[in-house]
Design a protein around this ligand. Structure first.
Ligand code: 5GP
Ligand code: ZN
Length: 112
């Protein structure tokens, strides 16, 4: 049994507000949103961090990235959106299951 909270969200052992799901990825609302819209986009396969990706993950990552504009539109973000991937302690990553933050809406602060 995994201790990973995002793996438990995928299996439903931890509840989440699902926005989208397919065979490769799962998308849900961040529990502590930093913007009007704050989604977390994760692979169903447990990959801990961006720097653990391998060549064999190419198709998976391309699939996730290509889905982002559609997800943003589904949340009413017609004017653009922000994506963030934190990697490791130096990047502020708190959950060790690769995730793309998708943020947007009113009051999105500048990023300096
Ligand atoms: P990180 O800092 O690792 O890039 O981001 C982790 C994100 O996961 C944070 O924005 C945090 O609010 C979110 N998060 C942590 N635990 C849970 C949870 O149990 N459910 C949901 N929906 N989000 C979570
Ligand atoms: Zn996991």
């Amino acid at each position: 049994m995994t201790d990973c909270i995002f793996c438990k969200i995928i299996t439903g052992d931890i509840p989440s507000t699902k926005v989208y799901e397919d065979e490769l990825m799962y998308v849900f609302n961040d529990i502590n949103p930093k913007a009007n819209v704050h989604l977390l986009v994760i692979p169903k396969q447990h990959i801990a961090r961006l720097d653990h990706l391998e060549q064999s993950h190419q198709q998976l990552i391309a699939h996730m990235l290509l889905k982002l504009p559609e997800l943003a539109k589904s949340q009413g973000l017609d004017n653009g959106f922000r994506t963030i991937i934190n990697t490791g302690p130096g990047g502020g990553q708190e959950v060790d299951h690769l995730h793309i933050h998708l943020l947007g809406g009113k009051n999105l602060p500048g990023f300096h």
